[in-house]
Design a protein around this ligand. Structure first.
Ligand code: PMP
Length: 284
């Protein structure tokens, strides 16, 4: 397995980041997870854009997105596989102990692992912890994922594959690694970014392609929803068939199944769907 570390491809086994890297010592970093189908990363431009937004949010040096793109392509070419997860990690780099950043500059790692396609529905639990929708890290994909790790472990203990967070005003927020959608009276809703959720790339594409509205949703909407589904890079659109052990018969329901079908078709037709105002190089 070859990975990209600080400017070049290396054997994953020998590749080392310092034990004083700020990503390790204080969680000072940002990341992206992409899916790669037969060597092609999906929505690479959107992921690079979000990496830059997250890095800026943390005050990290501006990532060189041309280099990150080249690194992704090099890693994908060096490790052919049918279905993989590509991970970009960009940290504050070698630093003194403590919260001050060092002067060595950021660390960039791009790695690839085999992934599995996930079932079209799953069980979730809710967790008592809140995401702070007014925090400094709100909406940034930083490597400070400790709450997410704890909540996901709790989900696994309870036979589920995802945990859903509320926020400090008692509204539905997101999963530990996914966004959430609910169907009420046939209409599709997802919490707004102001809920504290990540600007999920799958969330944005599903909202655009399948027509969902943003709405602040109280947590108990989960008791009344006709359907609930999750979106993420690795889940695509995944129905929810149980919440805290309560079964939702018929999941994935018709709205979920339709959103999943539309997403799969459109994603296959355009592997790098760019946001409006971000045309392909040389286009138009
Ligand atoms: N929320 C969180 C906290 C996540 O980590 C992820 C996975 N990146 C998502 C939502 C879904 O985002 P995406 O569709 O871009 O994978």
């Amino acid at each position: 397995m070859k990975i990209w570390l600080d400017g070049t491809l290396r054997d994953a086994e020998g590749a080392r980041v310092s034990v004083l890297d700020h990503g390790l010592t204080v969680g000072d970093g940002v990341f992206e997870t992409l899916k790669a189908v037969h060597g092609q990363a999906f929505a690479l431009t959107r992921h690079l854009d979000r990496l830059a937004v997250s890095a800026r949010g943390l005050g990290l040096p501006e990532p060189d997105l041309d280099e990150v793109r080249r690194a992704c392509e090099a890693v994908l070419t060096a490790n052919p596989m049918p279905y993989g997860r590509l991970r970009i990690t960009y940290t504050g780099g070698l630093s003194p102990l403590g919260s001050d950043r060092g002067t060595a500059g950021p660390t960039l790692v791009v790695a690839l692992g085999e992934a599995q396609r996930l079932p079209d529905s799953t069980a979730v639990v809710t967790v008592p912890w809140v995401r702070n929708e007014r925090g400094a890290l709100t909406g940034l994909k930083s490597t400070s994922y400790a709450e997410n790790v704890m909540a996901l472990a709790r989900a696994h203990e309870r036979g589920a594959s995802e945990a859903l967070f509320g926020n400090t005003v008692g509204a539905l927020c997101e999963g530990t690694g996914s966004n959430v959608f609910v169907v009420l009276d046939g209409a599709l809703y997802t919490p707004p970014l102001a809920s504290g959720c990540l600007a999920g790339i799958t969330r944005a594409l599903v909202a655009e392609w399948a027509g969902a509205e943003e709405a602040e949703l109280p947590l108990d909407v989960l008791d009344r929803a006709d359907e609930v589904f999750l979106t993420s890079t690795l889940r695509d659109v995944q129905g929810v068939h149980a919440i805290d052990g309560r079964l939702l018969p018929g999941a994935p329901g018709p709205v979920t199944a339709k959103a999943r079908r539309i997403f799969t078709e459109r994603a296959a037709a355009d592997p790098d769907p760019r946001p409006a105002g971000r045309p392909a190089p040389g286009a138009g």
